[in-house]
Write a protein that binds this ligand. Structure first.
Ligand SMILES: [Zn+2]
Ligand SMILES: [Zn+2]
Length: 244
């Protein structure tokens, strides 16, 4: 399994980085973890045909994580008609929010003829799901208060990736990182803590508790980028390919 970093920036595109998007290439599956506004061009830049995409798994419904979906939908309407549904899996409310967003950006979206074939899957915390043959274990993380934000542990053909979504530290990461091949962990800040995000100091204090094979930090903000030399952990770069 290969993970292509399409975007490891925060919502602000700090450092000129793309917003959240990670393409997972397995033998016979191609799927996205999150779909930020820049994910479609980044997928094309990485050399992939968007028509091959089987599924989009969403950690939460902030614009930098799902705002790219309408571009995929018009790609399928006008350039690459699909003959099988694209699975879109996310926290409760995903289907409504995707349809609303598409309607706001391009109009329509209510009748099936105005959208490509889609199959929506609700990811409820602690309820394992199979999405396009990919095993997903979602769990709640403390990023949003009114909506559900998820961390996602994804398993396909014996390989496991844990994606934190956006979240400050929670001990849930200790449990779900155990034994995974890769922990892709949001880390927006170094010392600062202006919102419900990870800061590096908090993560560093807990690193020894994480029994994962590898950890890579992502969703990097300006402060993290400025202090990259002080980190003991790997950081993502747009265009980076990780063998899992
Ligand atoms: Zn974000
Ligand atoms: Zn967020």
């Amino acid at each position: 399994m290969r993970l292509h970093i399409l975007g490891c920036g925060d919502a602000f595109g700090s450092g000129g980085r793309n917003q959240s998007g990670y393409l997972i290439e397995a033998n016979d599956r191609l799927f996205l973890l999150d779909c930020g506004p820049t994910s479609l061009p980044a997928m094309k830049r990485a050399g992939f045909d968007p028509g091959r995409l089987d599924a989009i798994l969403l950690s939460h419904l902030h614009g930098d994580h799902f705002g790219g979906i309408p571009f995929f939908l018009i790609e399928y309407l006008y350039h690459k008609p699909r003959d099988y549904p694209l699975a879109i899996a996310g926290p409760p409310g995903t289907e409504d929010r995707v349809r609303q967003l598409h309607g706001t950006m391009y109009g329509g979206g209510k009748s099936p003829l105005e959208l490509p074939p889609l199959s929506f899957v609700v990811l409820n915390p602690e309820v394992p799901q199979s999405v396009a043959g990919i095993e997903v274990f979602p769990f709640a993380v403390p990023h949003q208060t009114d909506d559900v934000s998820l961390g996602l542990r994804v398993t396909y053909q014996g390989k496991q990736i844990l994606f934190s979504g956006d979240s400050p530290w929670t001990d849930a990461f200790v449990k779900h990182a155990r034994g995974v091949d890769l922990f892709l962990c949001e880390c927006s800040f170094f010392n600062e803590q202006p919102g419900r995000h990870m800061n590096y100091r908090q993560l560093e204090a807990n690193l020894a508790r994480l029994e994962c094979r590898r950890i890579v930090l992502t969703h990097l903000g300006e402060e993290m980028l400025a202090r990259r030399r002080e980190l003991s952990t790997a950081t993502a770069e747009d265009g980076m390919v990780l063998e899992v």
